[in-house]
Design a protein around this ligand. Structure first.
Ligand code: HEC
Ligand code: HEC
Length: 134
């Protein structure tokens, strides 16, 4: 009896860390876990490769700028709809880019440069005698 109790206790100690283990990182990156449910333009591989972090950095925003908090599959945030059409647009630009084929020239960052709304007009030149652009 004593032996089997000790055996049980040992088994508990061995098994407990397994049960306490956090969600595996691949699932956590999916946000909410499990495979993506609502991809219309990206592939699951692009998602896995960290494209969402790229979006975040390119626009200088947090995930919930485009996503309904806690539900990345939802399309209820209008920014996500805009972002989806921007993914298609960037893809089309690269496909039609006039130089070498197959290379990615235009990404979100090419235009956005860390801002949600990119600047479309160059800044005014510095006043005469001021610092010159490099
Ligand atoms: C600039 C907007 C934008 C930002 C910022 C962004 N996402 Fe997304 N995300 C999208 C779009 C658009 C899709 C849908 C792509 C498609 O339809 O193929 C998507 C899809 C997803 C999906 C797939 C959901 C499903 O089940 O279909 C996950 C998971 C996800 N994003 C996580 C994140 C995380 C985590 C972050 C922050 C690191 C993030 N996103 C930041 C625009 C964004
Ligand atoms: C060719 C330039 C260009 C590229 C490439 C581009 N964008 Fe944009 N994006 C813009 C411009 C310009 C605006 C602002 C439109 C406006 O003023 O309404 C914008 C607006 C947005 C908005 C809405 C921001 C707001 O203030 O409501 C989102 C979200 C967005 N882009 C996501 C993306 C993502 C994600 C990518 C990469 C897949 C991307 N964009 C690539 C030019 C670009």
């Amino acid at each position: 009896m004593l032996v089997s109790m000790r055996f049980l206790a040992t088994m508990l100690l061995v098994l407990m860390p397994l049960c306490a283990q956090d969600t595996p990182p691949e699932q956590r990156k999916g946000g909410g876990g499990g495979p993506p449910k609502n991809l219309k333009v990206l592939t699951p591989e692009q998602l896995q490769a960290g494209i969402m972090q790229q979006f975040r950095l390119a626009l200088g925003v947090q995930c919930n700028y485009c996503h309904v908090r806690g539900d990345n599959a939802s399309d209820d945030n209008p920014k996500k709809i805009v972002a989806r059409s921007m993914i298609t647009m960037a893809h089309d630009i690269n496909a039609k880019f006039p130089v070498a084929e197959g290379k990615v020239y235009v990404t979100c960052f090419t235009c956005h440069r860390g801002k949600a709304t990119p600047e479309t007009v160059a800044p005014a030149p510095p006043p005469a005698g001021g610092p010159q652009p490099q």
